[in-house]
Design a protein around this ligand. Structure first.
Ligand SMILES: [Zn+2]
Length: 69
């Protein structure tokens, strides 16, 4: 699984939230904790589109082991 560069991650923000909160990477998704959306990362490219996002609950539980950091 690809890990986005921290400096790239710092530039990204949730497009669905007016506050544009920072995102965190969880597995192959960028997660917005505010609106509970998870944006897929495809071939190292984050897809920050509301229509591509899935509910955070849909990816939680699958990556238990990678949550410790
Ligand atoms: Zn959001």
């Amino acid at each position: 699984m690809a890990k986005l560069a921290p400096e790239l991650l710092a530039l990204l923000a949730c497009p669905a939230c007016e506050e544009r909160p920072p995102l965190r990477q969880q597995a192959n998704y960028l997660v917005c904790d505010r609106c509970q959306r998870a944006y897929p990362i495809r071939e190292d490219i984050p897809v920050l589109l509301e229509e591509e996002a899935i509910p955070l609950s849909a990816i939680q539980g699958k990556e238990e082991s990678s949550q410790q950091a």
